[in-house]
Design a protein around this ligand. Sequence first.
Ligand SMILES: Nc1ncnc2c1ncn2[C@@H]1O[C@H](COP(=O)(O)OP(=O)(O)OP(=O)(O)O)[C@@H](O)[C@H]1O
Ligand SMILES: [Mg+2]
Length: 267
Amino acid sequence: MTAVAETPEVAQRGRILVEGVSRRYGGSGGVLALDDVSLDLAPGSFTALIGASGCGKSTLLRLIADLDAPTAGVITVDGQPSRALRRAGRIGVAFQDASLLPWRSVRRNIALTLQAAGRRVDWERIDELIALVGLTGFEKARPAQLSGGMRQRVAIARSLALDPDLLLLDEPFGALDELLRTSMNLELQRLWLQRRSTCVMVTHSIPEAVFLADRVVVMGARPGRVIDVVDVPFERPRPAELMRTEAFHRLVDQVSLTLADAIQAAR
Ligand SMILES: Nc1ncnc2c1ncn2[C@@H]1O[C@H](COP(=O)(O)OP(=O)(O)OP(=O)(O)O)[C@@H](O)[C@H]1O
Ligand SMILES: [Mg+2]
């Protein structure tokens, strides 16, 4: 296959630079969740983070989102600390626990992220996003009335509502069945190609990582660190059929072996 296709509207904003970042929890005797991680993520790129449970993937995502601070090293977006971007509501996040407000409806949970950033609420656009994640009819439902997978989809719609420069997704499709997951993968790719936010997604699914990402970052545990970065050369848009090709399976195998080595080394 050829290299990633050039799209006319490739983003100019959103270069994420992670330089020598460490995060220790609980003082000197505590857990070194991340140790000296460096990454340079191009504007408009799609990066998947994979690695064993506890290797620091969510920690790294939280640090990029400025929801936590590193104990060493620096993270910048276009040369600035990500704080300014977060405060302007230009970072869309969907974390493992969808963290929706229980007393607010689906629509109003999505609107909140815009209101919190001091942005205008476009209800029509919110309903479009709800439709996009397959939740039409549930606009007025409360989170407790939804399944785990439905709540995750609300969180994804919410992260997209900001039309963000950075899109940070932590296992966004973990609670979905295979079929829905594949269709959400295609939908996410379509949206991302339209807007080209710089996207970082944590996933435990190697096929999902290879299908969506330009680069797969394989992390290892104890301490959490980057073991390998695998480039994914398939051109876009990538059709679902790609997942049935030999080239795709070969790359999935390569990433699986790297990940297995990383897990072995951490034992
Ligand atoms: N707030 C915290 N206080 C103390 N330790 C923490 C905290 N958050 C994470 N850790 C520790 O840091 C390490 C990395 O956690 P993190 O949640 O980043 O892992 P992960 O790769 O996202 O795992 P998973 O795949 O299970 O979600 C773990 O050892 C965890 O126990
Ligand atoms: Mg995690």
